[in-house]
Design a binder for this molecule. Structure first.
Ligand code: 8YV
Length: 327
């Protein structure tokens, strides 16, 4: 039969995924579960037929310039591909795939959890209980803000944005969105979503703003200092997409000055580094990039990676091919 492709995986994946990969491919897995060093990454692209990186691996032009002649596919374990220089890869004849769809609902759930938890001060309440500091109920203590009847502004109305819209609608929020393209009217009607061509105008009117666009050169610091200042003082920011979409320093400044009510952040500009100021603010809820972290989702992401590799190796176009025109 045909020689099995050498698939190099940069991180520890769920056992069932690794087992299936071992059956199908010649594999080099990373059982240590620490991110690969730059030298290890270079060694990987030099020798592999297929590389399976994650968000913690920067596959930039410099790394790709070291790619060996066999490397034909980078099958990202993850939806966002901002860790990969897709243009550089394609110019070298290297295909890139991702894992869309299977993490949509889980990420939307985590987003909804933040949209509920931050205005209702769940983290603050938990801290009081953890410290044993609760002295008794009071009518005016721990008052949050209701989300029912409030406006949610979604930046990036793709799969995840729409899944968040469905949830938020069920919680009584009105749905607003900004996107490069307006949705088809059937989808817009079903979501009862209001389209804002101008992000600036939308921001000025929202009670909660949630980020769901990819991180690309075009969306870096999309929520800039100037735009954050357009938001209402009693508005909240939620981000389960990519930290780079928000100017984190500007966000901290706005929170410090009381010009924003709070933030729920699952992603950061310089992961895993988190500005210590954020952790000190009571109205800020931080999570360590857990948006898609379910057992089911991670297994399905692995299955997607496998299907992409198998399809490509069988000589067909992989189902989740990422083209620069899509970014
Ligand atoms: C993962 C994600 O944490 O898919 C993404 O874009 O951010 C998450 O699902 C990570 O990217 C896996 O590589």
């Amino acid at each position: 039969g045909k020689k099995k492709p050498l698939v190099v995986v940069t991180r520890k994946l769920p056992d069932v995924v690794e087992t299936r990969m071992r059956e199908l491919f010649e594999t080099r897995l990373n059982e240590s579960d620490r991110p690969m060093t730059q030298a290890e990454l270079v060694e990987a692209v030099r020798t592999a037929d297929v590389l399976v990186p994650t968000v913690t691996d920067r596959i930039d032009a410099a790394v790709l310039s070291q790619a060996g002649p066999n490397l034909k596919l980078i099958a990202n374990f993850g939806n966002g591909v901002d860790n990969i220089d897709v243009v550089s890869a394609n110019n070298r004849g290297i295909n890139v795939t991702n894992t869309p769809g299977v993490l949509t609902e889980d990420t939307a759930d985590m987003t909804m959890a933040l949209i509920l938890a931050v205005p209702r001060r769940i983290a603050e309440g938990m801290k009081v209980m953890e410290k044993g500091e609760w002295t008794g109920w009071s009518p005016t203590w721990m008052m949050g803000r209701r989300i029912w009847g409030k406006r949610l502004g979604i930046i990036g109305m793709g799969r995840i944005g729409q899944a968040v819209a469905r949830r938020a609608k069920a919680f009584g929020m009105s749905i607003h969105y900004h996107n490069r393209r307006r949705l088809h009217s059937d989808i817009e009607d079903a979501l009862e979503a209001t389209y804002w061509d101008s992000l600036d105008q939308m921001l000025a009117r929202m009670d909660v703003v949630s980020v769901h666009c990819p991180h690309t050169p075009g969306t870096f610091h999309l929520l800039s200092a100037r735009r954050l200042k357009l938001m209402k003082k009693d508005a909240y920011v939620v981000n389960t997409a990519r930290g780079e979409v928000i100017d984190e320093t500007a966000l901290i400044r706005q929170l410090e000055s009381g010009d924003l009510a709070g933030a729920g952040l699952d992603v950061f500009e310089h992961e895993p580094a988190v500005n210590p100021k954020l952790a000190q603010m009571p109205n800020v809820l931080l999570l360590p990039h857990m948006g898609s972290a379910t057992i089911e989702g991670r297994i399905e992401m692995g299955e997607k990676v496998i299907i992409n590799i198998k399809t490509f190796m069988d000589g067909h176009r992989p189902p989740d091919r990422v083209l620069p025109s899509m970014l």
